[in-house]
Unconditional design. Sequence first.
Length: 427
Amino acid sequence: MTDPLSDLFSDDHARQQDAADPLRAFRDAFLIPRFGDVEQAYFVGNSLGLQPRGARAQVEDVLDKWAMEAVEGHFRGNSQWMTYHALVGEQLAEVVGAEPSEVVAMNSLTANLHLLMVSFYRPTRERPAILMEAGAFPSDRYALESQLRFHGFDPATDLIELEPDAPGGLFSMAAIEAAIAMHGPRLALVLWPGVQYRTGQAFDLAEITRLGHAAGAVVGFDLAHAAGNLPLRLHDSGADFAVWCHYKYLNAGPGAVAGAFVHARHAHTDRPRFAGWWGHDAATRFQMGPHFQPTPGAEGWQLSNPPILGLAPLRASLDLFAQAGMPALRRKSEILTGYLETLIHAQLDDVLDIVTPDEPARRGAQLSLRVRGGREQGRALFESLAAQGVLGDWREPDVIRISPAPLYNTHADILRFVRAVLHWRQA
């Protein structure tokens, strides 16, 4: 009689699952790095997504247009540069669950965070505080601390960093709720991740927004590890604003143009902002008047001309997301991550501790792993994986992140990872 568990570790099982995958063709739409004569097992889409094959054509289209039309490229054709940023608007809105007028691709994530905090972090002496998670990605903490200091407040008292209350560095919703209730009268802003970068824990954006608003605070989200990973419903969540990058799950290339969301209820806000001419109402922008009239919606926070060459690869990736659809990508993501979890529990529990929550609703594509035995053992495994052509990424002090991206990762990739860990354990 066949052992069902051992069958999960067979090449035949992995091949059968991948052959039955309705999204299997999308892997061929990406360039997979090589490891000698074979493809790498690449699990770092949560840090830098792979290059879509269509990205080069999109970039070359811009270069050709520049070569042949020069300045006239701003005004000619369907991909004219004057409205180029709008070419990603509807697809991007679909990915993050927003209305097209609520999203814009511009700048970088931290620049967008600062720009939106100019409008949405409006501290007073009675209500100066910002709530964030302890252990946040450093750039977020730097931004929030500097904003507090800029407004004349002290981060030692007014930057509230909630410590995790659950094993593995996780946060319960009860702890978040209690923190908002405790500090509510002083809270100007709740800034929370969609997915915590080190642990891979996903959060209920709508519930955090509800709690923050009930306390009288503005609520914003850093979706660096959530956009393109989870089916988001930003508009329905009621969040005031959000920011994210496009070089991770959204595969737009290193240092890619980032994204921002401003809820539709703020489309005509009179909140102050740092203004630039590209945020001026397009209907009168070229009248070059002295007074700023913002474009309604998120585009009103733009400063300068969009970087056309930077947006081009994002178009190629968003075309793939539109073809696959976030619901189907999420289903495959849950299958791949569940397969990885099952194999680890079956044969590697003595080596690896999964930090990320067990419940699919509380995680995305990423499983964060701690190697039993401490940091030295963790680094040894990480380096052994790389030497076997299996690439995850390391996050201090002791976490290996493995992220099966549903557009291009497979069951065979996951089986290869598990076998690489077994090889290291047996060495």
